[in-house]
Design a protein around this ligand. Structure first.
Ligand SMILES: [Zn+2]
Length: 254
């Protein structure tokens, strides 16, 4: 699959679960109309075919093949299907590690799956991954180092919540960071975002998990995220919008 058509795109939502909204098809139309370069992440490889079919012919929506770490406890065996489908997809996610209390007991299985994902991606090359790293940033970075995936593909840290030094490690490996509106509500993450290189920042929604007043955000909500993000970096929202588009273009070309 080729790169997203960036000339035509206006906005970037690099992590959204389009298939978890009741109006999946309408959302795709919305991304087309509003020219939002959207990465439709999935949580199980069983969702790949349907998502692909839905996004077929779309200019701005791309589908990522995923196996969510929070589902690994029940779905570890789906890694075989993931590996079979991987040659069909340049984009990969949602994958990663989650060591929060609810999912900690499956961490070993998650690591087995994640390592296989990274090894397969490194072997095939040129994959673009969006990574979940809740309470497991350091471990996740170790796997990136061990598999040398960042040398063979692109890595986006989705909803990064690690420390400043962990962010530094990720930056040194060439990782990008996709920022959502919820992150900008946290003083700690706001100050972390201030320290990220401007040319490594993307925007995302993580909808429908991120909600405002009980309503799931939609890809078009990235406009509000840019408005909140720009002043942190001392630039105008319009300049931030252009910067994010440029970042995506460069990342996909590398
Ligand atoms: Zn997600």
């Amino acid at each position: 699959m080729t790169a997203l058509p960036l000339v035509a795109a206006k906005w970037v939502d690099f992590h959204c679960h389009l298939d978890l909204y009741p109006d999946h098809a309408q959302l795709i139309s919305e991304c087309e109309r509003e020219r939002i370069a959207t990465l439709a992440v999935t949580t199980t490889p069983l969702a790949w075919a349907r998502n692909k079919e839905m996004a077929e012919g779309s200019t701005h929506v791309r589908v990522a093949l995923g196996l969510h770490p929070q589902l690994v406890a029940e779905r570890e065996n789906e890694i075989a299907l993931f590996e079979r489908l991987l040659p069909e997809s340049r984009y990969v996610g949602e994958v990663g590690l989650d060591a929060s209390p609810r999912f900690y007991k499956s961490l070993e299985a998650q690591e087995r799956v994640f390592e296989r994902v990274l090894r397969a991606c490194a072997e095939q090359g040129d994959k673009v991954l969006t990574l979940h790293s809740v309470r497991a940033v350091s471990k996740l970075l170790q796997y990136l180092e061990k598999t040398r995936l960042p040398d063979r593909g692109r890595v986006v840290m989705h909803w990064f919540t690690g420390s400043v030094s962990e962010a530094r490690r990720a930056i040194d490996m060439g990782c990008y960071f996709s920022v959502n509106s919820e992150m900008l509500r946290s003083p700690r993450l706001r100050s972390l975002i201030v320290g990220l290189p401007l040319d490594r920042i993307l925007t995302e929604t993580d909808g429908p998990f991120v909600q405002v007043d009980g309503v799931a955000v939609r890809p078009r909500s990235v406009a509000g995220t840019l408005t909140a993000l720009a002043p942190l970096r001392g630039i105008e929202p319009e300049a931030m919008r252009v910067q994010v588009l440029r970042n995506l273009a460069i990342m996909l070309k590398q």
